[in-house]
Design a protein around this ligand. Structure first.
Ligand SMILES: [Fe+2]
Length: 188
């Protein structure tokens, strides 16, 4: 791969990542989980910044524009969720639990694959001896690794209570405040 192809692929993945977080924000808002929704809203803006910085870096260093990045719709929200209302289903407790576990699994799978992808692109940059671009990309590898570890840690905590809904809903106010504060700091 040449440096242009590497950055096009990176840009495409990063746009898809922002779509994933915006969809997970809607997903958890629908489930009335304000804390998890705020977490994904924060990731949406934080990773949008990362994408813009990537484009800026490429344009400044190589005097070219990334035009052919191809994002994919991650389609996080399942089709059956579009047609349900929580006011008219009988066993909503189990359904909500299943949706939360599915949403967490999709988030973890995505970050896991992203870590492999960014690490592979890092190695490609090293292979073509573009060490400064590799050094620039290393921050994305580390950020993705941190986000993956956080998501896996949260999943482990939730699994320890067998995804107990009252425990999870009790934690939402604290998480909502935490990520709303981080979001404000992002723009300050
Ligand atoms: Fe992410």
């Amino acid at each position: 791969m040449n440096v242009h192809e590497i950055f096009e692929d990176l840009a495409g993945r990063m746009v898809t990542a922002t779509m994933l977080h915006s969809q997970l924000c809607s997903y958890f808002t629908f489930l009335s989980l304000e804390g998890l929704a705020a977490r994904h809203k924060y990731q949406y803006f934080e990773e949008s910044n990362g994408y813009l910085k990537l484009e800026e870096y490429y344009t400044k260093h190589y005097n070219k524009i990334l035009l052919d990045a191809i994002p994919e719709n991650p389609r996080i929200i399942p089709l059956d969720m579009k047609s349900i209302s929580f006011y008219n289903i009988s066993d909503k407790h189990e359904l909500i639990r299943r949706y939360i576990m599915d949403g967490m699994n999709k988030w973890i799978d995505w970050e896991d694959q992203s870590l492999v992808f960014y690490s592979d692109m890092y190695k490609e940059l090293i292979n073509i001896n573009d060490i400064s671009a590799a050094d620039f990309l290393l921050k994305y590898v580390k950020d993705t690794n941190k986000e993956l570890m956080d998501a896996q840690f949260l999943d482990k905590q939730l699994r320890s209570t067998n995804y107990d809904l009252p425990t999870l809903y009790d934690s939402q106010d604290k998480d909502f405040k935490k990520y709303s504060k981080k979001l404000k700091e992002l723009f300050s």
